[in-house]
Design a protein around this ligand. Structure first.
Ligand code: SF4
Ligand code: SF4
Length: 292
């Protein structure tokens, strides 16, 4: 896809606070079949193999689940007073990248507020720290082709509409082989939790944005132990993966905690914080836009 991304990052951040007058755009970018229980915007869903790759790379503490509210005629599991969307009686979920508040300044705006941002976005350059890396998610590599293939408005077009300029430079999505839909996505990108009773309390914490490390580890482990095209979970792989996630303490996870702490403390979203909180902890650098 040909897109003009310099100074944008519209698909990597929650820029709803900058477009309060543009509410109609809000729901469309929420990926997945139903209304999410969480409030993350532009959450990037990962495939089973990508979840495993993040696990292998020691970055599984950058991952988080997404579950959905059941609609009226859906099969549902009642958990914490919430009807949760299920497949074959098991709560369905994505695993995506965490979105802590960061001091980003997209679209030529001043760095005036914290905005929820993908863990891997460098808030200084507005470039992706894993672009070109083997961990770079298929959803990001393809963006916005899947939206175009599904005839959904793209984030690029929304940015154009609100801030002007030309972002989307072609509208042919080309090959969209990675676009998993329906039953074909089960076990490959949409996972199912085999023990709904274990999610008591977790569903409430998702809705409050208050997940624990153990909660996240549970979903990452189930996803890593899933098999594309089936509902089966390998208990052996689940146990191994869960232990591994709980042991993981990467630059990304540490930075997320620090971003959240500073935002909650009402600190100023200063431009140079990313150097101290991410780069100094081992985050891969980004090249900047000069000469690109
Ligand atoms: S919204 Fe479009 S133009 Fe902006 S960073 Fe994402 S892909 Fe690039
Ligand atoms: S992985 Fe990179 S491209 Fe994808 S949302 Fe995060 S920062 Fe953006």
């Amino acid at each position: 896809m040909e897109v003009h991304c310099e100074g944008c990052a519209g698909c990597c951040i929650d820029w709803r606070p900058l477009r309060a007058d543009d509410a109609r755009a809000v729901e469309h970018e929420r990926r997945g079949p139903r209304e999410p229980l969480d409030d993350a915007y532009n959450l990037v869903p990962l495939t089973r193999d990508e979840v495993r790759a993040f696990l292998e790379a020691g970055l599984s503490d950058a991952l988080t689940p997404r579950l959905w509210a059941a609609e009226e005629d859906d099969a549902a599991a009642e958990i914490d007073g919430q009807a949760v969307a299920t497949i074959a009686g098991r709560p369905a979920f994505f695993v995506g990248l965490r979105t802590p508040p960061k001091p980003v300044a997209p679209f030529g705006r001043d760095r005036e507020r914290w905005l929820e941002t993908c863990t891997f976005l460098d808030p200084t350059t507005l470039q992706c720290r894993i672009h070109g890396d083997e961990l770079f998610p298929d959803e990001c590599r393809a963006y916005p082709a899947y939206n175009l293939a599904l005839e959904q408005e793209t984030e690029c077009e929304r940015v154009e509409r609100v801030f002007g300029g030309e972002r989307l430079r072609e509208d042919d999505p080309g090959q969209t082989d990675g676009l998993l839909l329906g039953r074909g996505a089960v076990g490959g990108k949409v996972f199912v939790h085999p023990r709904p009773d274990d999610l008591e309390g977790v569903v409430s914490r998702i809705a409050r944005g208050d997940l624990t490390d153990a909660d996240r580890a549970e979903f990452v482990a189930v996803a890593a132990a899933s098999s594309p095209g089936t509902l089966a979970i390998s208990e052996h792989h689940y146990e191994q993966a869960r232990e591994r996630v709980l042991e993981t303490d990467s630059w990304a996870g540490r930075a997320v905690r620090e971003w959240q702490r500073r935002d909650a403390a009402g600190e100023e979203p200063e431009a140079d914080l990313a150097v101290r909180l991410e780069d100094a902890r081992g985050a891969p650098g980004t090249p900047g836009w000069d000469g690109r």
